[in-house]
Design a binder for this molecule. Structure first.
Ligand code: NI
Length: 204
């Protein structure tokens, strides 16, 4: 009996060690970017064209926050939901006294073949008025997406000339220095995002 008890107590630290290792292993690698350590990985310069046809570069947004999302206007479900959620979050943020003028929401197309400035302009009518839409050449888009670690690829065909794009759908909050602050996923509700914007971007 005494021996059994000794063995039990000897096993406790081993079990705790095992649990700790499991938690560490589970914490790393599953979700990219990891919220706390993503700073160095995400963000970079871009030079693209907005929905009015004007040339826009990342440098002109320095000094304010950017809310950056990559997607495409023909997206049947994910992009409209995310852009709607971001729009509601921006409204809530403003209603709660947030410095709306200090944050620039930006939608960057990963489907530049179809997303011309005119298509972007029309599409953005559905979302928050502060959104700007950016498009460019394939290589300009590849560079911007690469900087933000955004995955995208042409997906399934549908209809005579339709096709889907597979893409990651993360909303990035970038700071006045252009560096990563935090990000939001489909798990984050509009009020959650608004709260985070209040704490990071601040009030008027
Ligand atoms: Ni989409």
């Amino acid at each position: 009996m005494r021996n059994l008890r000794l063995i039990f107590w000897a096993l406790v630290p081993l079990a705790l060690l095992g649990l700790g290792l499991t938690l560490v292993m589970r914490g790393g690698g599953e979700q990219a970017p990891v919220r706390e350590t993503g700073e160095a990985l995400v963000g970079g310069s871009f030079a693209l064209v907005d929905q009015t046809g004007a040339r826009r570069t990342s440098e002109e947004f320095r000094g304010g926050y950017m809310l950056v999302y990559f997607g495409y206007t023909f997206c049947p479900d994910v992009c409209p939901l995310d852009l709607h959620r971001a729009s509601v979050a921006l409204d809530l943020f403003e209603e709660q006294g947030g410095a709306i003028g200090n944050i620039q929401p930006i939608f960057i197309s990963i489907d530049p073949a179809r997303d011309t400035p005119a298509v972007l302009a029309e599409y953005l009518q559905n979302f928050h008025e502060r959104f700007i839409g950016l498009t460019g050449t394939d290589s300009e888009i590849a560079e911007a997406a690469g900087a933000y670690r955004v995955y995208y690829q042409r997906g399934e065909d549908y209809g005579p000339d339709g096709y889907l794009m597979d893409h990651s759908n993360i909303i990035y909050l970038m700071g006045p220095d252009g560096k990563y602050v935090t990000h939001f996923t489909s798990e984050d509700t509009a009020p959650t995002i608004a709260g985070s914007l209040l704490s990071h971007v601040g009030r008027r």
